[in-house]
Design a protein around this ligand. Structure first.
Ligand SMILES: [Zn+2]
Length: 408
């Protein structure tokens, strides 16, 4: 069993769109309030003089512990004070608090691991775009309408049939458009067993190079559309704050971004489907996008003078990295593979481009060297060599670190 989500466009009436927006505004307010309560508790603990005493800190944390349940128990009271919250299905409100809880748990888990994550942030109007019916309160009629509790029955365009058993129903807003997303439980459709295996080197020159020597080329939608987006952005910055023209320009910019996002997702879906259909085992390098896309630190010499740090070159690379969406690609392959009973592995990327795939000796190369040439007679493209190494590493550790399919 696995979860598959299907997204459909909604066509609310003006009145219904207002109701949807009101629900979104109120759930956002609740989310931020839930965050606030937790932030306050965290501050109290942090300001204690005995914060660095492990025993005392543990007690303080227990005393001020805020959980999903302690917040959910306050919902009836909130509804008494703020009547408008009665117009929202209770499970939708509970889901908001569950999301805040999840955000905090992830934050603390990262702290524990020794990372220094940013404190969970309040969500602005543009950063809070969906609410969810986690169990009930919604239904889909035969005449293509979604009935949402406390909102109404909204016209939906089912451009493809809904598969599986619906588990949750989310409403999202993108710009001025509304969508419904059903997360459905579907039976895994196992593909026949395949002995084929492939190593995949994700790169900048080619989106991917396979150990077979084939390549998948980079989509350049992002770059192509960039000029247009820059123009739109500039025209936006010239508009007066609060003006109608500015509002219109904001919409145009958002629409242009949405278009690239959709094009990119299409590309990644198509290519990952192709790989999963062809190979029983797919091996990738582990990616560290958080580190890769971080800005290069400024470098100083002994006299305090700033040295070139390659930041401009790097930000160009960063752009391509985001452009290519490798991480998303590996995720798509992983969940498609999990559904099909096939395997995706990731391996340590160290030396994969330096080691000779023919004899195993290390051949140091600069990033600019595109060709791998070895005394043993191995002659091939740099990325092809890397893909062969990735495949070898994957075969040797097969079964040791199976990648779990992410839950969507
Ligand atoms: Zn060699």
């Amino acid at each position: 069993m696995s979860l598959k989500s299907s997204k459909y466009r909604l066509y609310p009436t003006r009145k219904q769109a207002e109701k949807l927006q009101l629900t979104l505004d109120r759930t956002r307010e609740l989310y931020n309030a839930a965050l606030q309560e937790r932030r306050d508790a965290y501050e109290i603990i942090k300001r204690r003089p005995d914060f660095y005493d492990a025993q005392a800190r543990k007690q303080a944390i227990q005393a001020h512990n805020i959980t999903y349940y302690s917040q959910a128990n306050q919902l009836p009271e909130i509804k008494d004070i703020r009547q408008e919250y009665r117009d929202i299905h209770s499970q939708v409100l509970q889901d908001v608090l569950r999301k805040a809880d999840k955000t905090f748990k992830a934050f603390f888990a990262r702290c524990k691991r020794g990372d220094t994550p940013g404190f969970p942030r309040y969500k602005g109007r543009d950063r809070y775009n969906s609410f969810t019916y986690p169990q009930g309160g919604y239904s889909l009629t035969h005449d293509s309408r979604v009935c949402l509790s406390k909102i109404g029955s909204i016209k939906v365009k089912l451009h493809r049939p809904l598969e599986g058993k619906v588990k949750t129903c989310s409403i999202t807003r993108e710009g001025t458009c509304w969508y419904v997303v059903f997360a459905c439980e579907v039976e895994a459709e196992l593909l026949p067993v395949s002995d084929g295996s492939v190593g995949i080197d994700l790169g900048l020159l080619h989106f991917a190079t396979l150990s077979t020597g084939e390549t998948i080329e980079n989509p350049r939608y992002f770059r192509k559309g960039e000029k247009k987006r820059e123009k739109l952005q500039q025209s936006l910055s010239r508009k007066k704050r609060g003006s109608r023209r500015r509002k219109k320009a904001v919409k145009q910019v958002a629409k242009a971004h949405r278009k690239v996002r959709n094009q990119r997702a299409d590309f990644l879906h198509k290519e990952s489907r192709q790989l999963v259909n062809t190979y029983g085992l797919m091996v990738f390098e582990e990616l560290q996008p958080a580190n890769m896309s971080r800005r290069a630190r400024p470098k100083q010499d002994e006299n305090g003078k700033y040295l070139p740090n390659g930041a401009s070159a790097k930000s160009g690379v960063n752009k391509s990295i985001q452009d290519a969406g490798w991480n998303q690609f590996v995720q798509y392959c992983s969940y498609k593979a999990a559904n099909a009973g096939r395997i995706v592995l990731t391996v340590n990327p160290r030396y994969t481009s330096q080691v000779c795939s023919g004899c195993g000796t290390v051949k140091k190369k600069e990033l600019s060297e595109r060709w791998h040439s070895c005394e043993c007679g191995t002659e091939l493209d740099r990325d092809h060599n890397a893909a062969l190494n990735i495949l070898r590493l994957g075969r040797s550790q097969r079964g040791a670190t199976r990648v779990e399919a992410p839950r969507l």
